[in-house]
Every structure is written in structure tokens, then in C-alpha cells.
Write a protein that binds this ligand. Sequence first.
Ligand code: FAD
Length: 398
Amino acid sequence: MGKPERLVIAGAGIAGLTCSLALARTGRIPQVLDQAPNASEEGAGLQLGPNVTRYLQSLGLLEAILPIASRPQAIRIRQLRSHKTLSRMELGATFEKRYGNAPYLTLHRADLMASLLRANAALGIRPQWGTRVEHIRQTEREVQVRTQSGHVLRADGLIGADGIFSRCRLAVPNALANPPRPVGQIAFRGLIQDTGPLDPVLAREVTVWTRPGLHLVGYPIRAGKAYNLVALCPLSGDWKVASQGWSQPMPEALLQNFRAQTCGLVQELLTMASPWHAWAMQANQALAGPESMWLNRVFLMGDAAHPLRPHLAQGAGMGIEDAVCLSQALAVSLETPLQARFADAAKRRWTRNALVQKASERNGRLFQMRPPWVWGRDLALRLFGSRLMDQPWLYNPV
Ligand SMILES: Cc1cc2nc3c(=O)[nH]c(=O)nc-3n(C[C@H](O)[C@H](O)[C@H](O)COP(=O)(O)OP(=O)(O)OC[C@H]3O[C@@H](n4cnc5c(N)ncnc54)[C@H](O)[C@@H]3O)c2cc1C
């Protein structure tokens, strides 16, 4: 038997930790580096469709997250000005059966991270916190990873899972040429910690409230004990939000401006949530080929490869799909060069990621559609709602 392959993963976020777990389950123990001083509790809600929970099940994670997640009964689209229902799609037993008995879940990012960290630790993987990747050099035989402290790690392959502001992108010119840029929208997120006073219908469903130029998404997390709200609207020149970081303070005037455009019930909801954090949204162009995800001994995944707009709720999901696909490609015989296995994974992933990038952008436009088109959209939603809202191309196994 040859020497075990040396793999380094930069980034212990959702994509990086899913990848290390999937690799460890096939007998490979990667070294995981993360720039953060320790595991972050930051973030708020995430939605995971059946395309993702199916993989969490195969990794043995689903059981651990089910008690701390919520299992919404439906996705409902409402008008932001009146709270009236435009359309509703059931997520219950029939939906789950249609998609291979994989549930639609909503949960707090920190809870998913904690489960991933525990599952990794059980297989002997503990991220090296406070270790920032600064520079990458590829040679024919290895990849050299220099960290902020000047230490150089040598490996057979580097998996760049270092998020939207990836350093690993520097080693993949096609990715570097397509960096994330501000998309002119701001997302602000707040949590309702006590769901006691919440309308029970809201507490059981994912709700999208729309009106021309802005929309709001809300759903239960933490087994219904908390409720997550994300509001999205254009970021005009008057509002300043730093472009990096998930927990920028929310400009109060912007929140007030948003609140003023909603109905009384939504105003109450917005008042119940705190603290509010702002995120100036960034995304890149849809991937144009497998070379956007890989070059020689470096493979990019998750937000490092394809930072997504949040309108299809698939940011974490695509990172998880990338991770599972890459671990499967790497499990092929060691006689196949690592570069070829990276290339194979990139070939399998880039079209799916590009499709989801485009669909996320389109969904954002649909949610914030203006007159006269919005009248046609609302009519279509009323007539064919649940059929239009279902996404078999997305939720079916790939
Ligand atoms: C703190 C935080 C909070 C978030 N909150 C939400 C949320 O509330 N809702 C939502 O939908 N999405 C949120 N996201 C984004 C969402 O988690 C991602 O879109 C998605 O999960 C993709 O995950 P990822 O692993 O590719 O990237 P990320 O989750 O961003 O993880 C990247 C990891 O890489 C590390 N890293 C970055 N640069 C380097 C470097 N040079 N060297 C080593 N390590 C590095 C980071 O510290 C981070 O741990 C958040 C991300 C972060 C980091």
C-alpha cells in the first residue's frame, strides 16, 4: 500500500467540515485549517431542501440535527402589504415521499456547525483554529500552503472551502477572474427568541412575503423555539454597510424604512426580532466551466467557488453537495492521479452550481417584481401556485 494522500482543507465552515467528514468516512483524514480563533456561533437561519438532507442522512448526521432543527409543514407566499396568501406548497409526507423520504429542514447555522464539529471530532478531526491560509504554490508533485504565521504545509492536494472571500481562489485563475461583487442588495437578519406570542400558522411554515422592490422570509428554527427573519431590499447609495462580515450592525433608519412598507402584522414581527444584523450581498457570475472550480492540485468548493444569492436558500446546500461529490470522486483508486479526480469532481459539479446560481438570481427578481409584471406573477401563483413553487430539478438526486 502506498503512502496515504495528504489533503488540506482551508476553511472549517459548512462545506469544509462536511467534506472532512465525508472523507473521513472513506478512511481519509484531512488536515483542516481555519482563520477564525475558534468555532463561531455567528449566523442565523439556514434552509436545507431534500437534495441536501438526503446527503446529511448518508453521512449519519440527520439524526443529530433533527431534534434541533424545524420541519416546516409548508412554504407559503404572502403579500407584504396585506399578509394575504398568494400561494402555498405542502412540505409534509407527500413532499418527503416524492423526494426519497428526505425532509425539508430549517435550522440555525450554529447548530449545524456544532453537529458537524462533533461528528468530525468523533472521527479524530479537529480544525486548527487561528490558522489563516495566505499563499499557495503548486508544483508538479505537491501543493505548498503558507499560513499567516509563515509556516509552510506540504500536501498532495488543497481543498479551498474558505468562503466568499477565499484566498485559495488565488490558485485558480478562472475563479480569480470571476470574483464576488456587490449585487446592490442588502439582507438583514433578526431572530425572535421566544415564539410563544407568534401566530401558530407562521410558526409552522416557511413564509415569503413579497412586494415590489423588497421581500421578507421567515421560518421556525430550533424545533420551533426560535423564529428566523431575513429581509431583503436594494441597497441605495444613502445606506452604508461594510461589504465584509455576517454581523454588521444594522442601520436603524434602513430597518424603519423597511418596516414602514409592511402591514401591521409584519411590523409586529419585525419589532419582536432582535438583534438585527446587516449583510451587503455579494455574488459572482454563474460558473462558466469546470476550470472555475479546480486547477491541478487545488479544488474550490462552497462559497469559495460560487457565492450564491440567498433567494433559493441553497448556499449551504451547494457546499454540502460539493463536499459529498468531491469525497466520492477522491475515493476512486489512488492510481488515478489526484488532479484527474479533482477534475472529475469539478466536471460533475459546475453545471449544477451554475444552474442554481442562475435560478437564485431569477428567484430574487421574481420575489421583488414590479408592476405591471407582478400582476401576471400573482395571477400565476394563485392559479398554479404549488406546481410553480415545487422544484423537482433541484430537489431530486443529482
Ligand atoms: C460567520 C458566518 C455566518 C453566516 N451566517 C449565515 C446565515 O445566517 N444565513 C445564511 O444563509 N448563511 C450564512 N452564512 C453563509 C453560509 O454559511 C454559507 O453561504 C454556506 O454555508 C457556504 O459555506 P462555506 O463553508 O462555503 O463558507 P463559510 O460558511 O463562509 O465558511 C468559510 C470558512 O473559511 C474560513 N476562512 C476564510 N478565509 C480563510 C483563510 N484564508 N484561511 C483559513 N480559513 C479561512 C472562515 O473562517 C470560515 O469558517 C454564514 C457564514 C459565516 C462564515
